[in-house]
Design a binder for this molecule. Structure first.
Ligand code: FAD
Length: 465
């Protein structure tokens, strides 16, 4: 059965619908253009129309109509996903969740909110009413939605203390509407949460989320400068192992990136500065300074409690994918990779990659907790020349024992573990039997025999021309 777009539109005409071609195209785009590879492939993508549900009851109605008319549905939070997660590559409906932004309950250690809630708004409310904040948020705190963080994100600011969203306990409960003739509302707890966590909305629409909270602090931002990137990273690795210095964020960025691309912090930096970007609790600043004094080559280039914050972005907006964004704004040819440095000796693995690529791949690490230990992940920049060289750089990382998560692919598998996730696939069969939710994002659904070992780029049929 082919998609009956007009029939679906007529059946949903009483809801908040946008069918203006220009604004529909706008709401069909995310940050896919971050990648020169995805920019080429996805630029022409657009939905047929956008529906903005006001309630779970309206989501259920959209799912029922979409199923009856076999119309694809791609859920959208704020559209900040940078792998094309929210791009409706099969057309159909974009389901814009922005109106479902109610904060329903704030309690000790937890909050219940709608998926459209902007993360910064959520933190403002929980701070004001309870002195608490989200444990982890992406660096897109000011724009991203809670549902989009869970549907399309993975980790971020706070990971040095709390790990990523996949760590058991970092999401408490999800409520999901399925896409069936009679849509169901499912509460996911315990192991079941992973069925919809980082699933790009391929198996349903998250309509309510319960998240854990941590005590809120007026985090102090520091840039600690070194004349050598590996020295900065050794400092950060040692700092990450300090048991009693409470951090919210820890990253390192290689020279000349901070001086050349962190334009508003430039006045604090020398071109030779590789920096550790640190967010520390106010009561832990003195301990951090004591620790830093042991590093004879360390310079405190910037401290928000000394130098102020006037006109400066928060330190976390120098980290995660914001590092790439700042570089891209100055030099549009820059792109990036996503790497997990060798688990046995991540510093040695980072040193090897730094030596191998030099300034072609300026270093950017993110220090996180992972399975109980400190891990070094990275979003190193790449001075892009060709797609073939980008693939080669990715492959060379793998060859040297670094796991890579390719940010230049739009499917769950290619951007993740390069294999299908049987739990998410089985759940999709249950919840989206007609395969209407965000088509093209799960290879295991489209092509169960796909061979991940040969590293071919999966192209969804509608993108093939
Ligand atoms: P969208 O982009 O709108 O959606 C993301 C995915 O989730 C899509 O597949 C969408 O279909 C699905 N989805 C959205 N809402 C729902 C729902 N209610 N139910 C089911 N599925 C849903 N990511 C990180 O993890 N950490 C970072 O630190 C980080 N930093 C970033 C910095 C920059 C500058 C940029 C551009 C991106 C960054 N990202 C990061 C990626 C992205 O911002 C995050 O994933 C963000 O949380 C996405 O939220 P969003 O509301 O924009 O989601």
């Amino acid at each position: 059965m082919t998609a009956d777009i007009q029939g679906a539109k007529a059946a949903l005409a009483h809801l908040d619908i946008d069918e203006n071609a220009a604004t529909v195209r706008q709401k069909s785009r995310d940050f896919f253009w971050y990648s020169p590879v995805l920019k080429d492939r996805l630029d022409g993508v657009s939905a047929d129309f956008v529906v903005t549900p006001q309630s779970e009851a309206e989501v259920i109605e959209v799912m029922r109509v979409a199923h009856a008319h076999r119309v694809p549905v791609t859920v959208r939070g704020s559209g900040t996903g940078n792998y094309g997660q929210a791009m409706p590559i099969a057309g159909g409906i974009v389901l814009h969740m922005k109106a479902m932004n109610e904060i329903r309950e704030i309690a000790p250690g937890r909050v219940i909110a709608g998926p459209g809630t902007i993360l910064a708004d959520l933190d403002r409310r929980t701070r004001a009413e309870s002195g608490q904040e989200l444990r982890i948020h992406p660096s897109t705190h000011n724009t991203a939605s809670l549902g989009g963080f869970i549907g399309g994100g993975s980790t971020g600011v706070g990971a040095i203390r709390w790990g990523g969203l996949r760590a058991t306990g970092n999401i408490l409960r999800l409520r999901l509407v399925t896409c069936e003739a009679e849509p169901r509302v499912v509460d996911l707890t315990g192991e079941h949460i992973q069925k919809a966590n980082h699933a790009y909305g391929v198996n349903g629409v998250i309509t309510e989320i319960e998240m854990p909270l941590a005590p809120a602090y007026d985090w102090v931002d520091l840039l600690v400068g070194f004349d050598d990137f590996m020295e900065a990273s050794s400092y950060a690795y040692a700092l990450a192992h300090e048991d009693a210095i409470l951090l919210k964020q820890l990253a390192t960025v290689a020279a000349p990136v901070p001086h050349d691309y962190f334009l508003r912090h430039k006045k604090f930096l020398r071109p030779e500065h590789s920096v550790a970007v640190v967010m520390v609790a106010p009561h832990a600043v003195e301990a951090l300074l004591t620790f830093t004094e042991r590093w004879k080559t360390a310079e405190i280039a910037y401290r928000s409690d000394r130098d102020g914050r006037d006109g400066l972005p928060p330190a976390f907006e120098l980290c995660w994918n914001h590092t790439t964004l700042r570089a891209l704004r100055v030099d549009p040819s820059i792109t990036y990779l996503q790497v997990q440095y060798g688990a046995e000796d991540p510093l040695a693995s980072l040193a090897k990659m730094t030596e191998l690529f030099g300034d072609e791949v300026p270093g950017h690490t993110e220090f996180t907790r992972f399975d109980g230990t400190v891990a070094i992940g990275g979003l190193p920049l790449v001075r892009y020349t060709t797609e073939a060289r980008l693939d080669e750089i990715n492959r060379l990382h793998e060859a040297h024992g670094c796991a890579t998560f390719n940010p230049h692919r739009y499917t769950l598998e290619e951007g993740g573990m390069k294999r299908s996730d049987p739990v998410q696939l089985a759940f999709k069969r249950e919840c989206d039997p007609a395969g209407l939710m965000n088509p093209g994002k799960m290879i295991a659904w489209d092509d169960p025999d796909w061979d991940f070992s040969d590293e071919r780029f999966y192209i969804f049929p509608s993108l093939a021309s």
